[in-house]
Design a protein around this ligand. Structure first.
Ligand SMILES: [Zn+2]
Length: 196
């Protein structure tokens, strides 16, 4: 069994006419492996969060990127030993590009394709003891800091995404996630339970 823990709750807000955003960053541990989903772009917060976990940068084995927007990916390069995974590939520091089979190598952590917000978007499914299946979904679901978080399924599926690439794909990805997940960790905002 794996464990998933939110290291940084993602935000998206305006302050003094400037835009601030950084994604939710999640730490998954399974066996000996430490995995970061979406390192975000807030360096200070990330370094502080890792420090409070007693996790040096070199101990991170994998970084998974849900999609390529910089508010989720900017800090991917600071983990000197981590391989980086996206919806299909595994990228190594020697320039090697390989493919994964829908799982983080050596684990039962699933990486599923969830297009819509972005063409190459993926989500991560983690089976945990405490919460059942946690889906870490990047921007399949996200909220601005001043928006109310929705929990009913119908409105979750329809929720407006100002940056959507393909709305039909996004709605299908959302339906799939709501089917399989017990809890959802959104790209910006806090974890919520799926009403069954
Ligand atoms: Zn985002």
């Amino acid at each position: 069994m794996a464990e998933a823990k939110i290291l940084i709750k993602g935000y998206a807000k305006k302050e003094n006419d400037a835009e601030f955003a950084s994604s939710t960053t999640t730490l998954i541990r399974e066996g000996e492996l430490n995995i970061i989903v979406d390192p975000g772009m807030d360096r200070k917060q990330l370094l502080e969060a890792l420090k409070s976990e007693n996790l040096p940068l070199k101990d991170i084995n994998y970084v998974i990127l849900t999609h390529y927007h910089l508010d989720h990916t900017l800090l991917a390069g600071i983990f000197e030993n981590a391989k980086v995974l996206d919806n299909s590939g595994i990228y190594s520091w020697n320039g090697k590009i390989g493919e994964h089979d829908g799982k983080v190598p050596g684990t039962n952590i699933e990486i599923i394709k969830t297009p819509g917000h972005d063409m190459f978007h993926c989500s991560i499914l983690v089976k945990t003891k405490e919460y059942g299946c946690i889906a870490i979904v990047g921007d399949v679901f996200w909220w601005r800091d001043n928006q109310d978080q929705i929990t009913d399924k119908e409105n979750l599926i329809k929720h407006e995404d100002p940056y959507v690439k393909n709305r039909e794909d996004l709605m299908n990805s959302r339906k799939e996630i709501l089917e399989v997940a017990d809890y959802i960790i959104p790209g910006h905002g806090k974890m919520f339970k799926v009403e069954k």
